[in-house]
Ligand binder design. Sequence first.
Ligand code: FIX
Ligand code: ZN
Length: 451
Amino acid sequence: MDARSSRQSKRPRNLPSADALIPSQIEPVVEEVLSSTPFIDIHTHLFPPAFGKLGLWGIDELLTYHYLEAEFFRSSDIRPERYWKLSKREQADAIWQVLFVENTPISEATRGIIAVLKAFELPAQSADLEEARSFFKAQPIESHSQRVLQMAGVSTVVMTNDPLDPGEQSVWMNGLKPHPQFHSALRLDRVLCDWGGHWQQLVKQGYDVDAQASGKTTREIRKFLFDWDERMHPVYMAVSLPDSFQFPEDAIQSKLLAEAVIPSSRELDLPLSLMIGVRRQVNPRLHLAGDAAGRADLRALENLCRMFPDNRFLVSVLSRENQHELCVYARKFNNLMPFGCWWFLNNPSIVEEITRERIEMLGTSFVPQHSDARVLEQLIYKWQNTRTMLTRLLANTYRLLSNSGRGIRRRDIERDVARLFRSNFEKWTRLNATVSPLSDLRQKGHERKNR
Ligand code: FIX
Ligand code: ZN
């Protein structure tokens, strides 16, 4: 058979394959796949019940989230100093009154509270919080936390675990049974961003380090990291960095990164997560709500990716202006995995812009979102919003592809969604070896949807 007749006997090349979706099916299938695929939430500040009071949940914690506190001070005359003296319950009442009763909750964070109330069939317009309070009070935390993960469509969350946090330290030191759904991340802000304020804590833990990071210090920090790796089994090491971050530079931070953290994460085969662009405490009166964002010089990231090609970097940048550069660097360095729309970026308009840009420049080789949840039930609205936005965006992306001549099948969508929200991360971390097969998880996702 000559080449021409062989071509004629096949399906014409420019026709989509037989199982391709027709345009009107694309969006419903994308929605279905997104909702039945359990996501991995790769960065949160949540804890499982074994951490006791460190794990935040319930209506008072939801309302006193620092995102809402920042908004509260814009609409209330109460001075921060007075607010901090109130009990948690009084603070929550004040925020409810100002942001939900006296004003319409249209901001992203206030709308999130409404979505959580709705998810539990609680009133969203009452004058007080009594019904919500008694509902949460009646929930046993173990089953409640599993239910929330299920409602959020999340199989696994990654915590933020600081080995120098006094509250956490004792939990880890007393030996902890690993939780199947809460994985740890070894957070190194105190070590890397404020060595002067924390080196003595390492001394107390038995390491021979000094204030100038001289002598044996970097070797001892490596030992410290190995010991904590043994204790926590983290899925990555992490640090948040200011907009002024530079690497390399003549500073203790650079030395600790280059001689202790980066070699250890390589030897332990752990990625290093860098969250760049936070300006801590520009308004200390607002406590946790007092941090801001700044544009960073991503040449520091370029240097890290080039100088350490055998290390894997998970990277989120806080400034909107840095997002395009981050995509460009990800195209240059395959040891760089962009992730999430962090903090002030986690608003539908900005998430949409950033995610579209990433799809256009990186295909499916990034992790679109993490929740950064601090309060358990936030998982519900944050992941609901991500799924709503992604449905629109992915459906549009597939329609463009379909118009360009490549039919899109359900299994293509399933593979892409699994890659974006699971396997990119699994491949980079130890989760790879420990999670259940996606087919089992998807089945559970279907069960969730059909309940
Ligand atoms: O450094 C971080 O991990 C930040 O996400 C938080 O500290 C920040 O306060 C936050 O909650 C942002 O969403
Ligand atoms: Zn965070």
